[in-house]
Design a protein around this ligand. Structure first.
Ligand code: ZN
Length: 677
């Protein structure tokens, strides 16, 4: 509406592999020039120091973000080569920036200048964050240590990218052609048809399976063929390891050790006792001991319940499925669980799918958020998207003001990284007279449509969609005009999962399900009986899921507490020790789950996986206000919008939470939702 708002979308079609490197060099040269000018100009002002850097870095990001995104979702060998050649230059740039003494001194001068008091809270917080980042970037190190610090950054950038590439390649390399459809007995018709079309698409006869998540999940949950389940399980949990189906071709083992050692060395250079300790600098929690206490406390409550849940699986497998109770293997657990859920709750994962066609669930998600936060979310035609599955949407608020936009890339496909995530395309910020609006990439790996039939989603997939959209709203609904605290920027890492896990709650309530669910053929609402069953089954095996999350979180913390410069913690022994304490499902010796644990080895969750549970205390407690005041209460929604989503990182997460909830968080709602109350 206001002419000063602008959307800057990438031109994907114009990405030219041959000119990426030279254009990146141009951008980096320009950024260095701006930084050099900004750090010497006196007197130091917001405009001369912060604004000029923000605009230069925004231009760099606008150039780089589509390249980085395409590398993740449309990976090709040529793009990957160029991308990997660019990474060291970017790493060097950011290292130099963090260690730039003149720039640091100018930032300090701004903090001590008369202008500082007249800056907004958001601006002041950004200056303070920047000063912290200089410390974490090694600005105080001597020249030799600075150089070593830079080498570590280069190594980590390369090693974590190799980790991701290995997982992607190992996932793509495995497939299995089934010649006799009897072998797929138990699988939903749609999964069988998808396998047939996958084979046909590669000019093969039969049914083709691969390790994309929807395929893996369907086989593990539904295939009556135990040998097939074991084969897929084995391939999946040995990806990117020396015991994988392709030998050590994509083995992440050595790289993981190097990553842990480099992180420990980085922490040591900055005077921290471990990388876990260092990681706390950007988090709500104070120290690793507080994290371990929190996780141990949850484990103590959850383990006995999880153990009895697993015992029930074993007893049922023996009494009803002809498997000896002591012979229930990891590849039997999802299959037995689905049948047990059918017996106890008269519900299978497959019963709900007809009610969740993507064509209903996606607009339903937008309708729920529209009512809660006063938004209109509409697809825009004629936008340059990089794949036919992708749609671009614009978000407008009820005052008619454009707030941002996003690319939704919903379905699994080859050469696309697994998992689901939200990534920043552009950040809301002031650029001269104009305000650039935020744009997000929302990526899932949902079950794709088969032929002309609509994509039918599992309830879990719908939940994932809501989760990522929660991250997206945090990014896109911000009102902050200064980049460093806009959207998710500057938010403590262990509060990042608050809006995402919060939004998942609307997948379980009648008022919202009426907007999300509708039978694929009749449009009929989710029947009361099915909703009762869904809600009744919500805490089915919830303690088992909880201890699994605790296993990942404790493993992550101990790895990053125990690794040193000289020697990485023994990864397998650390995992085994954690499992001995908290796991209830036996893990086979060949399992190399850790070799594909991208969250901590390639993503941002190193010594931070606990953030999911930490933030779930906040998200469950925030949601409990809606349980008290009405699930679709627009007034409560507006307060969540203004106190949490719009403020981004402009104040600490605890202040935002208290402003919304009227008190500090309590753990009761999380325990209740996990069936532990
Ligand atoms: Zn998340």
């Amino acid at each position: 509406m206001g002419s000063d708002l602008q959307i800057n979308r990438p031109a994907f079609a114009a990405v030219d592999i041959d000119t990426i490197e030279v254009t990146l060099d141009d951008h980096l040269a320009r950024c260095r020039k701006v930084v050099a000018g900004a750090s010497t100009e006196r007197p130091v002002t917001w405009q001369s120091l912060m604004q000029s850097q923000a605009e230069a870095h925004n231009a760099l990001h606008l150039f780089w973000s589509p390249i980085s995104h395409l590398n993740a979702v449309m990976n090709t060998e040529a793009l990957r080569d160029v991308y990997n050649r660019c990474l060291p230059r970017l790493s060097a740039y950011w290292t130099d920036l963090g260690q730039n003494r003149a720039l640091h001194d100018a930032t300090l001068a701004l903090q001590e200048s008369p202008e500082f008091a007249s800056l907004s809270d958001a601006q002041r917080r950004e200056v303070e964050n920047d000063l912290r980042e200089f410390e974490l970037g090694g600005v105080a190190l001597d020249d030799a240590d600075k150089q070593r610090f830079g080498e570590i950054a280069q190594d980590l950038s390369r090693l974590t990218t190799e980790f991701s590439d290995n997982v992607l390649d190992a996932t793509n390399a495995w497939e299995k052609l089934i010649g006799d459809v009897q072998e797929l007995d138990g699988l939903p018709t749609s999964a069988i048809e998808a396998a047939r079309q996958r084979a046909a698409g590669k000019s093969m006869q039969g049914w083709l399976l691969n390790l994309e998540f929807p395929v893996y999940h369907a086989v593990m949950t539904f295939a009556n063929n135990r040998a097939l389940r074991e084969e897929l399980y084995t391939a999946y949990v040995t990806r990117a390891s020396a015991t994988g189906p392709h030998g050590s071709r994509w083995d992440n083992g050595a790289g993981m050790n190097s990553i842990l050692q480099r992180r420990a060395e980085k922490a040591a250079l900055l005077g921290r006792s471990s990388y876990a300790e260092l990681s706390m600098a950007r988090k709500m929690v104070e120290n690793p001991a507080q994290v371990i206490d929190f996780l141990d406390g949850l484990a103590e409550q959850a383990i006995p319940v999880a153990q009895s849940e697993f015992d029930a699986i074993c007893r049922f497998a023996e009494s009803d499925l002809g498997l000896a109770a002591n012979d229930v293997a990891a590849w039997d657990v999802p299959w037995v669980s689905d049948k047990l859920k059918k017996r106890d709750h008269d519900l299978s994962d497959d019963d709900l799918k007809p009610y969740f066609p993507a064509s209903r669930a996606i607009p339903g998600l937008f309708a729920v958020c529209g009512q809660l936060f006063g938004l209109d979310i509409e697809a825009e035609e004629g936008i340059d998207v990089y794949h036919p599955d992708v749609t671009y949407y614009a978000i407008t608020d009820r005052q008619g003001q454009l707030r941002g936009g996003f690319y939704l890339d919903p379905y699994a496909r080859e050469h696309k990284r697994g998992g689901a995530w939200m990534d920043v395309c552009t950040t809301r910020q002031r650029l001269g007279e104009a305000v650039q609006l935020p744009v997000a990439y929302l990526v899932c790996n949902l079950t794709p449509p088969v032929g002309d039939a609509p994509a039918l989603l599992t309830h879990q997939e719908v939940t994932t969609l809501f989760h990522e959209f929660g991250h997206g709203l945090h990014h896109m609904l911000t009102r902050m005009d200064t980049a460093g605290v806009s959207g998710i920027n500057g938010v403590e890492w262990d509060a990042i999962e608050l809006p995402s896990q919060f939004l998942e709650n609307w997948c379980w309530e009648r008022e919202s399900l009426d907007l999300i669910a509708g039978h694929v053929e009749t449009g009929e609402a989710l029947p009361d009986e099915l909703l009762e069953k869904l809600r009744g089954a919500r805490t089915f095996q919830a303690a088992m899921q909880l201890v699994r999350q605790l296993e990942f979180a404790l493993f992550d913390m101990h790895l990053h507490l125990d690794s040193t410069v000289e020697r990485a913690a023994d990864i397998q022994a650390t995992l085994d020790a954690v499992r001995a304490r908290v796991a209830v499902v036996p893990t086979p010796d060949f399992n190399r789950f850790q070799n594909g644990f991208s969250h901590i080895f390639a993503g941002g969750y190193a010594a931070g996986y606990f953030s999911y549970k930490w933030a779930e205390v906040l998200s469950a407690d925030a949601f409990s206000r809606f349980e008290e005041e009405g699930i679709m209460n627009a007034d409560t929604g507006r307060e969540f919008l203004t106190e949490i989503l719009e403020v981004g990182g402009s104040r600490d997460a605890m202040s935002s939470f208290v402003a919304f909830r009227g008190r500090e968080p309590v753990i009761d709602a999380l325990l209740r939702h996990s069936g532990l109350a």
